[in-house]
Design a protein. Structure first.
Lengths: 303, 255
């Protein structure tokens, strides 16, 4: 048994594979299949101050080697998360990341304040949701917006803050540096790429929201590139995500500079994907005589 | 709920582009109810395909599914053969509440096109039932004999009148409801058909449940992708077809 533990922003994860926000609900749906504490951590469904209805269906479209979604942050609100879901999750002993979203700065502030006194291990700031008209991505696409949300949350909580970056920008490293300067403890990237599919029989977009977030294996090279660029531009930890579906993918993402990874869409294809990815990472460590994952993170040797 | 690979013990083409698989999965068969579905992994596809359960055979430890080739995913599924393995999460969803059928009353199950398969197990799960099945034309009719062999009185309707009643299921359904002994209606099919079922059962004051479908990702409730519009507790909600559904009370559904 290898030691797969990693430390991200001062928090120790038993292994580097975290279920990505929006793909794992609040964990309970998958608990009939395997003990949730086999995961490195769980990033919970994006949570807002009040409950949110989300977008009208259809919300899902399949693509070549991926999918689009336009859920629009449907969630029960922060009180339901704290009262009901969080205690259940903590019973399993998992590292829990709360993913918080909002339209106004004050929304982020209030959710962060509410979570400050709870058992949540880390806050992930969703400033990159492509599926809500107000807020979400609009915060994450400018240095000023991203910095403002980070600052507001920084002043509202002592919990470690992970800022989730959108790839739908011209220069992701500038955004990364801007949130680092405002006190982000770590970064997670990439959120989904904005995409669209059209039903050519009806001439209608498949998604009711017309456009949605593109995820899955197809976006993996984009994610690796951005993680590599960002990891080289900042001094805080980076958690890599975007299309990871195998242990090899996870190792590659860590080589690019990620300390840990998040897995999302792969879970839809195979609910056991996170466990298989953990096994795959361990196998790579055994085969290559690696004792600690810190030997892998950022070890890419560029031309 | 289980997620594993199960052996296909029988494969048949029952109509053009429509296939019937029998799958050996005792643990799933033990739990499965009519109206539930299985979520099947398709080689080469990111998303699984939700397919309704057509029959449950606990004694044999098998499930039967019937599906139509609709696109690249179901085409791949149809390439699987007897003796091969199928990876599925199952059983999923809530299923029809056949226990709501009052003692001594009769159920009417209504199916349209590829919405017919789940109605077979549903009809079999009711003490007494009549099936009204709608298809485009005679060559699209499926499972008629399966219903009849199980002692279920079966009315076939076709859009072009090439076999059975010429027209929609609504006329035969009102005739059945008129008889006064119908205690519940269960339905699955295209939206216009469901709309007329909802309207008629409301008119006659008969308990009715319908099965909905929506584009789906995880299948277990985690992604909140497959929602449909439901009136519940005096407000409109977006509920998950895979978790709170696929079966909903007809009075709550906003089509």
């Amino acid at each position: 048994m290898k030691d797969l533990s990693v430390k991200v922003a001062g928090i120790t994860f038993p292994n580097p594979v975290i279920a990505a926000s929006g793909t794992y609900g609040f964990g309970d749906e998958y608990s009939p299949l395997y003990p949730l504490n086999r995961l490195g951590g769980i990033s919970c469904k994006g949570t807002t101050i009040n409950k949110k209805l989300g977008n009208l269906p259809p919300r899902i479209a399949e693509t070549t080697a991926g999918m689009l979604n336009s859920v629009g942050l449907q969630n029960p609100g922060v009180e339901a998360f704290v009262d009901y879901y969080l205690p259940e999750l903590k019973k399993n002993g998992n590292v829990i990341i709360a993913n918080i979203a909002g339209a106004e700065l004050d929304d982020y502030r209030k959710v962060a304040q509410r979570l400050d006194s709870t058992d949540v291990d880390m806050l992930e700031l969703n400033i990159s949701c492509p599926n809500v008209k107000q807020g979400g991505a609009t915060w994450g696409t400018t240095c000023e917006g991203a910095a403002a949300v980070t600052k507001a949350v920084r002043n509202s909580t002592k919990k470690p803050i992970m800022v989730k970056l959108t790839p739908n920008v011209t220069n992701i490293t500038e955004i990364a540096k801007a949130v680092e300067a405002e006190g982000a403890d770590c970064l997670s990237l990439i959120n989904t790429l904005l995409g669209m599919r059209i039903d050519i029989r009806t001439k209608r977009p498949i998604l009711h929201n017309n456009v949605g977030g593109f995820s899955g294996p197809a976006i993996f090279p984009v994610a690796v590139r951005m993680v590599w660029q960002v990891a080289n531009a900042v001094n805080i930890d980076v958690v890599g995500m975007g299309g990871i579906s195998t242990g090899e993918d996870a190792v590659e993402m860590m080589m690019a500079g990620a300390k840990a990874v998040q897995v999302g869409t792969a879970i839809f294809t195979d609910p056991y994907a996170p466990l298989k990815i953990i096994d795959g990472i361990e196998r790579y460590m055994v085969e290559n005589n690696i004792e600690s994952l810190s030997e892998i993170s950022g070890s890419v040797n560029p031309w | 709920m289980h997620c594993s690979s199960y052996k296909i013990t029988e494969k048949r083409a029952i109509s053009e582009n429509i296939f019937s698989f029998v799958i050996y999965c005792p643990e799933v068969a033990e739990e499965a109810k009519c109206g539930q579905f299985v979520h099947i992994r398709v080689p080469g596809c990111t998303l699984r395909r939700p397919i309704s359960i057509c029959e449950v055979n606990r004694a044999d430890g098998t499930l039967r599914i019937v599906f139509e080739i609709r696109g690249a995913g179901t085409e791949k599924l149809a390439e699987l053969n007897k003796g091969g393995f199928i990876d599925m999460i199952a059983p999923l969803g809530n299923g029809f509440t056949v226990s709501k059928l009052p003692e001594g009353k009769r159920a009417v199950v209504v199916g349209g096109g590829i919405g017919v398969p789940p109605m077979l197990q549903t009809a079999k799960s009711c003490k007494k039932s009549t099936a009204i099945l709608g298809f485009r034309s005679f060559d699209r009719v499926i499972l008629k004999r399966d219903f009849e062999e199980n002692g279920i009185e079966t009315v076939i309707c076709t859009d072009d009148g090439s076999v059975g009643y010429h027209g929609m299921i609504s006329d035969p359904l009102s005739r059945e409801l008129e008889k006064g002994d119908v205690g519940a209606v269960f339905a699955c099919g295209p939206k216009p058909m469901l709309a007329s079922v909802i309207q008629l059962t409301k008119e006659y004051g008969v308990f009715c449940e319908i099965s909905l479908e929506e584009r789906m990702a995880c299948g277990v409730g985690a992604c909140v992708g497959c929602v449909c519009r439901i009136m519940r507790g005096g407000e409109e909600r977006l509920l998950r077809v895979c978790r709170e559904g696929p079966v909903f009370n007809a009075e709550e559904v906003i089509l």
